[in-house]
Write a protein that binds this ligand. Structure first.
Ligand SMILES: [Zn+2]
Length: 600
């Protein structure tokens, strides 16, 4: 669709738009809610300096804190959803800016809470909790804060660190400005011979070109900029790594990784197990690369040949109404309780389906404890949109079950778990499509979609995680992270992952210099663990194992009532052990074999 024939929101059928009235019946109701929340913010100040006074005072203070957070997030989510449905609407732009101010006031007035709670001696806090019923319910909430105690420094040192936070953020900001604003990428000729200016967005698109000359020019042109600035980029990355290592050290952690994983209470063995297990089965990725080489009929396979589609245009497409039907069929293994939620999502207008003028692009699931878990989409009649729909419904059903089964204080879930629910649904859709469509073209396409997804998420993100950990350790050991050192080691790692069939001595050795995630302090591994957990869950549930299904639903209902790693353990998935990753790689192997067989 071109911009000119995209309709305004008012011209569209309202039954395919989300209904936000259960959150706030009108903008007027939002305004009065806003005034009330702004007034209420002061309530928390009455508890400043008094948290250790008595169990009653502490429980009242926590309830006040939670209540304020709840009000602020209801307002914030309403404003951001309204703003996203049409970003050209000045009323909602203003509303959105207003709630950002409210968030910021909320963080200011509540900033005393955490350090003050941590200052209460452990024994005293335990005794207070033991003698108050409400505090007993809040035990996990309190413990999750209190376990930080041994890594908190005396107040004057905390103040020094806090006031240097802008300095610590310097490397990320410099990299961001270089990468997003200052870099001038060259132009390349597209397949029709037109000059196009390379951008980050276009880079990915052009690497999917079926014209190898376009892919080569794009890859070499894009990387030429990073190579020109490789010494500067080595310094921004080094500075970021040093910041992680420094902060971990001053807070008494053994390593940056220990500090980063401590945030969500994830054992480091989860990380090591991921690297070991994936590392021991890289022959599967090599086999996939070989297959790509023979399908593309290329003797000297390059990294820029990794993204061009193997099979051309998708052989099937669906309307939204058809997609609803398929979704309900595909998610059947999750049982009636789950399907009822999906039906409600369709019938109660949780989903903003189609594109309209000014609407935010892409897709997401968003809501609050008190709202429906809404979904924004920009539906196109395609297989991709169907995958997006079941993905976002996975997030929304997860939110719904969490809200319905947990009190407010535990009514959310951690990032570590979020993508498991959505990716499990994608896996169930893959199973369903493979079962339902006998057509060879469709079978091939769906298998390829799965294999590419797993390659990009499990193999590639594990490669990043391995490199990220390696450079943190090298810096901690005093090794200077020069551009030469980084490139040499990146090249080795790339050769290890992709195998001998592809050239790792090309510009790819500079890939370390352009990945924003290396500035995110041990974040990427969660993409790989999440995808692997989801594939293992889907495999168990699809096999009709009733117990596996109940455990899975238990996970979706558990919110933050336990630490993420314990939630998974309760659901039958021990993420400190290899099994779930092995099971996932078994599925990859099996589908790779099916794919190979279909190509013969
Ligand atoms: Zn997601």
């Amino acid at each position: 669709m071109t911009e000119s024939n995209v309709k305004t929101r008012e011209q569209m059928d309202a039954t395919y738009q989300w209904d936000l009235t259960p959150l706030f019946a009108s903008d007027e109701e939002f305004e009065s809610g806003y005034a009330k929340a702004e007034n209420n913010l002061d309530k928390i100040t009455a508890y400043k300096g008094r948290l250790g006074e008595s169990p009653e005072v502490l429980s009242e203070a926590i309830d006040t804190l939670l209540e304020l957070g709840r009000e602020v997030s209801n307002l914030g989510v309403y404003a951001h959803l309204k703003n996203d449905q049409d970003q050209t609407n000045p009323t909602y732009q203003k509303m959105n800016a207003q709630t950002e101010q409210l968030y910021s006031k909320y963080s200011q007035v509540t900033s005393f809470f955490r350090p003050e709670l941590l200052a209460i001696p452990a024994e005293q806090l335990e005794e207070m909790t033991a003698n108050n019923d409400r505090l007993k319910e809040l035990d996990q909430f309190i413990n999750d804060i209190a376990r930080n105690r041994e890594h908190v420094l005396p107040p004057e040192q905390e103040l020094l660190l806090a006031s240097a936070s802008e300095v610590f953020g310097g490397a990320t900001r410099i990299f961001g400005y270089l990468n997003n604003a200052d870099f001038q990428f060259p132009t390349v000729k597209d397949s029709e011979g037109n000059d196009v200016q390379l951008t980050h967005g276009l880079y990915g698109k052009l690497l999917e070109s079926t014209d190898r000359r376009v892919r080569k020019d794009t890859f070499e042109g894009f990387y030429s900029v990073y190579q020109q600035f490789e010494n500067t980029l080595a310094q921004t990355l080094t500075t970021e790594i040093k910041t992680h290592n420094y902060n971990a050290k001053v807070r008494g952690f053994e390593s940056a990784r220990a500090a980063a994983l401590f945030t969500n209470n994830i054992p480091e063995s989860v990380y090591d197990t991921l690297l070991d297990t994936v590392g021991s089965r890289l022959n599967l990725l090599h086999r996939y690369v070989d297959l790509r080489k023979s399908l593309l009929n290329i003797d000297d396979l390059e990294m820029y040949d990794m993204y061009t589609p193997l099979l051309g245009e998708p052989p099937i497409a669906f309307t939204y109404e058809e997609a609803k039907e398929i979704t309900l069929n595909a998610l059947q293994p999750l049982g009636e309780e789950y399907l009822e939620i999906i039906r409600n999502a369709f019938d109660e207008q949780w989903i903003d389906v189609y594109e309209n003028k000014g609407k935010r692009s892409g897709a997401y699931s968003s809501g609050t404890y008190d709202s429906k878990p809404y979904i924004l989409m920009n539906w196109q009649d395609s297989l991709n949109s169907l995958y997006t729909l079941v993905h976002e419904l996975g997030h929304s059903a997860h939110s719904y079950l969490t809200h319905a089964n947990q009190p407010y204080e535990y009514g959310s879930y951690s990032i570590f778990l979020a993508e498991i629910a959505s990716t499990t649904n994608e896996n169930l859709l893959t199973n369903y499509l493979l079962r339902t469509y006998a057509d060879k073209d469709i079978q091939r396409y769906v298998l390829n979609h799965f294999l590419d997804g797993l390659k990009g998420t499990v193999f590639r993100q594990t490669q990043f995680a391995e490199f990220e950990h390696f450079i943190h350790e090298q810096d901690a050991n005093g090794q200077p992270l020069t551009a030469e050192f980084l490139s040499e080691n990146y090249q080795k790692l790339n050769a290890k992952y992709y195998g001998p069939s592809v050239n790792s001595e090309s510009e790819i050795k500079n890939e370390w210099s352009r990945i924003p995630h290396f500035y995110m302090n041990y974040y990427v591994f969660q993409y790989a663990t999440g995808f692997a957990a989801a594939t293992a869950f889907a495999d168990r549930i699809a096999g009709g194992d009733k117990e596996a299904l109940n455990s899975y639903l238990g996970f979706l209902k558990s919110g933050k009532s336990q630490y993420a790693i314990d939630t998974m353990k309760t659901a039958g998935l021990d993420m400190t052990k290899r099994d779930y990753i092995e099971q996932t790689l078994d599925v990859f192997e099996q589908r790779l074999a099916e794919f190979e067989a279909l190509l013969d």
